[in-house]
Design a protein around this ligand. Structure first.
Ligand code: NAP
Length: 292
């Protein structure tokens, strides 16, 4: 039997249509949601992500501004720009595209962004709020995964969930969101002994490791929901070399899993959608503060 496809493109289109309606409402109150994206350097993947984020904003009726800096920029220039944007009431979200060039201290840059405009949800205070179950901007990729699970009617409460990967942007916040939703969560990483023993008992398996087609059918519990966060290129010498692929071997896993996200068209589109949702929420909070 082949797994049900959890279609991120379709869900994303639905959510973005709802967002566009809410954008109209907040604009009618005199507040136009505005996201600023900062890109340092010329990483081609980052340039594509930034383009898609800016285009997503514009399509939803939001304003978006983009500031590009050369790779050898003094970090102070970027920190000064962030300070200026923090003080600008017309800006609701500030995002610095990662990775940054080596002369930057990533943590320093992320923490320079006002907590109230941290629509990526990477500021330590937002991470702390998330861990305490308080109102926060949730990091976009794990938040998008939670939406995909909900839309796919996957029961999270009581489920055994296994997250592979413990990065600050995906694995760790993913584990926190699943825990808050009532799952029993195991986080695996490169030091995990006998990874397959963990993955085989997962009702929900979230894979965020950055290794092409790493998880195969025999590592998956029959009927499990498998969410593939990975975005890789198919290595040289394999069929479809250079094409986009996930961390999950879709061909073998789809015959075992109960539900699965494809790559592309699964988690990826939801990430930008949740960024737009966070920017809208920030603008709505700004409208509340203004009393309009
Ligand atoms: P990352 O920072 O490189 O973290 C990778 C994690 O995977 C680490 O925790 C690492 O363990 C673990 N890992 C690596 N090899 C492993 C192995 N053989 N067995 C078990 N665990 C292993 O990556 P990331 O930023 O979280 O991204 C992960 C993937 O998701 C990448 O393909 C990235 O492109 C993709 N991504 C997609 C989206 C999207 O919108 N779809 C968004 C963000 C990221 P250690 O901690 O022990 O090193």
């Amino acid at each position: 039997m082949s797994a049900r496809i959890l279609d991120g493109n379709a869900l994303s289109a639905d959510v973005r249509a709802q967002l566009a309606e809410s954008v109209k409402e907040v604009k009618a109150r005199g507040v136009t949601p505005c996201l600023v994206v900062i890109l340092v350097g010329d990483n081609p993947a980052s340039a594509v992500y930034v383009r898609n984020k800016v285009a997503g904003c514009e399509k939803a009726g939001m304003r978006s501004l983009r500031f590009d800096y050369p790779a050898d920029t003094d970090p102070k220039r970027v920190l000064d720009k962030i300070a200026e944007l923090n003080a600008d009431d017309s800006v609701h979200g500030i995002l610095v595209q990662l990775p940054l060039p080596p002369q930057f201290e990533e943590k320093e840059v992320l923490e320079a962004i006002s907590v109230d405009k941290d629509v990526d949800g990477f500021h330590a205070e937002n991470v702390g709020r998330l861990s305490q179950g308080q109102r926060a901007f949730f990091p976009c990729t794990p938040h998008g995964v939670m939406k995909l699970l909900a839309a796919g009617d996957i029961d999270v409460s009581g489920a055994d969930a296994v997250v592979i990967g413990r990065s600050n942007i995906v694995g760790k916040p993913m584990a926190m969101l699943l825990t808050q939703a009532g799952a029993t969560v195991t986080v695996c990483h490169s030091k995990t002994r006998d990874l397959a023993a963990h993955t085989r008992r997962a009702d929900i398996l979230i894979v965020a490791i950055g290794r092409p087609m790493f998880i195969t059918g025999e590592m998956v519990k029959p009927g499990a929901a498998v969410i593939d966060v990975g975005m890789n290129r198919i290595p040289a010498g394999l069929p479809n070399e250079g094409k986009l692929c996930g961390d999950v071997d879709f061909a073998s896993v789809k015959d075992v899993a109960g539900a699965i996200t494809p790559v592309p068209g699964g988690v990826g589109p939801m990430t930008i959608t949740m960024l737009l949702a966070n920017t809208l929420e920030s603008a709505q909070r700004a409208a509340e503060r203004k009393g309009v």
